[in-house]
Design a protein around this ligand. Structure first.
Ligand SMILES: Cc1cc2nc3c(=O)[nH]c(=O)nc-3n(C[C@H](O)[C@H](O)[C@H](O)COP(=O)(O)OP(=O)(O)OC[C@H]3O[C@@H](n4cnc5c(N)ncnc54)[C@H](O)[C@@H]3O)c2cc1C
Length: 427
């Protein structure tokens, strides 16, 4: 075993990935007295958790696979200013994912997916407060809710099923007419006629800084960190042998929290999980003189205006192009003229650009499961909600490590729920 890792006879739990899920897991495990080694070649919070919209968006329980999604996806793809992009060269690789996605789009599956997401999201706020307190960043959790705005009645009416699912699953919301909307957010443009506010959601005004602070809090509690890439995981009698870019380490257990990069490592312990990535972009703009007080999603073009600590962030796009292709910022840049109709007077000079990789499973629910006879814990596939669900997932990871009750039922999150997912049981 490589001597650059701690060698004092006690094999650590190796956490692969230092994003919202891995950092939160490391903190939960280190706080409970476990020896932890966190590995990530991109450093602390150098992946997708850095640049998202900052929503602890608990009411976002409607899966993307809904009845009629095929038709609306076609329309979005055909729209040169739409939010959905597909690199046609990537289509052969993504076809199985799309097939499973469509198979999950019945009304029954949509309701089941919403209920599973609701179960974890109901624990998300308490889990976030605990993690943020431990990391000394509670001041970055802002109690401003999440606001969705509409300029056309047809879009507002079409979102009825989303509201029904929230009602059925206990997530309150307020509907706003034009007057109430502009009273709440006076800087919004006059074309906006409807709003839906989810007051229970929180907003993280600097996700990169906050997730990094969570990772640092884990380190302050004894966790070690190395900027190494994990190349392989091999279960053995004592736990797992983890091969990294710097050598080998014996782990008592492994927590696989490598976000969109988890698929290959998961296959090494015998499970073929249909993980793909929905790429998403952000641009940073200067904070406008008249800004908004909370994250605001413009429903028709599906971009979000996020009043971050360091400027106004615009997040947008779902792009299917895999993990390797270079970023293509043209679509998000094309959306900028629309941002100025939502927020008049916006200075659209771009300060910085970013591409992130949502780790997405076709049923829209993460995998949180103990596999390889308890030697490996899977915690990945959080799609559009990994920031929201990071600390809540960590609480479930801790329960799987310790064999205690999870804060929410884990059956819907099983790794072998996908058809033909089990390759072998290489334990
Ligand atoms: C534009 C955009 C907006 C979003 N908005 C929101 C939002 O408002 N609210 C919300 O809840 N979610 C949002 N999301 C989704 C959210 O950001 C992701 O679900 C979340 O960041 C996933 O967290 P993670 O820890 O699983 O992955 P990551 O943050 O990507 O972390 C995984 C880490 O694993 C590391 N890794 C990969 N391979 C290896 C290896 N072999 N060895 C070691 N380490 C490895 C990577 O370097 C990476 O740092 C958004 C995403 C995007 C793209």
């Amino acid at each position: 075993m490589n001597s650059s890792y701690p060698q004092d006879g006690i094999a650590p739990i190796v956490v692969i990935g230092a994003g919202a899920v891995g950092a939160s897991s490391a903190l939960a495990l280190a706080s409970a007295g476990h020896r932890v080694l966190m590995l990530d070649p991109r450093g602390l919070c150098g992946g997708t958790s850095f640049g998202n919209a900052g929503g602890i968006h608990i009411g976002a329980i409607q899966p993307f696979a809904t009845p009629g999604i095929l038709w609306s996806a076609m329309k979005m793809l055909a729209d040169p200013q739409g939010p959905l992009l597909l690199d046609w060269r990537y289509l052969p690789r993504s076809l199985p994912w799309f097939a499973r996605f469509l198979l999950n789009s019945s009304a029954r599956q949509m309701s089941a997916g919403a209920a599973a997401t609701a179960a974890i999201n109901h624990t998300a706020i308490a889990a976030w407060r605990k993690a943020a307190d431990a990391a000394g960043v509670a001041g970055h959790l802002r109690e401003v809710g999440w606001l969705k705005v509409y300029d056309r009645e047809q879009d507002f009416l079409a979102a009825g099923s989303e509201r029904r699912l929230m009602q059925e699953n206990g997530f309150p919301f307020e509907l706003l007419d034009a007057g109430a909307l502009h009273e709440l957010e006076p800087a919004l443009g006059p074309s906006l006629a409807y709003g839906m506010l989810q007051p229970g959601s929180l907003f993280v005004d600097n996700p990169g800084r906050v997730v990094r602070a969570i990772a640092e809090a884990a380190i302050a509690r004894g966790a070690r960190f190395a900027a190494d890439e994990v190349r392989s995981i091999r279960p053995c009698a004592e736990g797992c042998v983890v091969q990294t870019s710097s050598g080998e380490v014996l782990a008592s257990k492994v927590v696989l929290a490598a976000g969109a990069w988890s698929r290959t490592l998961a296959a090494q312990v015998g499970l073929r999980v249909p993980l793909d990535t929905e790429r998403g972009y952000h641009v940073m703009l200067p904070t406008p003189e008249r800004s908004v007080g909370r994250p605001i999603m413009f429903s028709r073009r599906r971009f979000v205006l996020c009043p971050m600590e360091e400027g106004l962030r615009v997040t947008a796009c779902v792009e299917f192009a895999g993990l390797e292709r270079s970023p293509d910022y043209r679509r998000i840049e094309k959306l900028l003229p629309f941002t100025a109709t939502v927020l008049p007077g916006l200075d659209t000079r771009i300060q910085s650009r970013w591409l992130g990789f949502r780790p997405s499973l076709p049923d829209g629910i993460p995998v949180i499961d103990s596999v390889a006879d308890g030697r490996v814990i899977f915690a990945f596939g959080h799609g559009h909600l990994g920031l929201t669900q990071g600390p809540a997932t960590a609480a479930a990871v801790l329960s799987l490590v310790q064999g205690s009750a999870s804060p929410f039922p884990l059956e819907p999150y099983r790794a072998d729920r996908f058809f033909l997912s089990r390759i072998t049981s290489r334990t």
